[in-house]
Design a protein around this ligand. Sequence first.
Ligand SMILES: [Zn+2]
Length: 139
Amino acid sequence: MIEKFENLTVPGPTVTPFTKPFWDAVARQEFILQKCKDCGEWVFYPRSHCPHCLSNQLEWTPASGKGKLKTWSIVHRPGHPAWAAVAPYALGVVELEEGPTMLTHLLVDPNQEFKIGLPLKVKYIKINEEWLPFFESIE
Ligand SMILES: [Zn+2]
């Protein structure tokens, strides 16, 4: 399944000053999230202030890269034509072990039976010289 993604020519992520540490870590195949030094909550997506207590003391911290499937959708008609080569594929919302949720690409056969709570872990795939985080089943 991974091979079909490796040959894509899709646009890469939009990197901003707030998201650059995340994408730099992905390029090293490391999974990091922001964690609030004041209230201890984990935060994703990357941002300047904690959504729980409004502190600006967010620190990039190594995270497990594991989570559970919260919901999903099978994409037959991609929003960008470059993804058509791998359609249909699965997108899902992963509830990370640390708490935040992440919308991501799932390395799960779209014809497979999905279930809420399916254990998942991050898997990195290099596309167009850029590493991207996907999630695969660990069952
Ligand atoms: Zn906080």
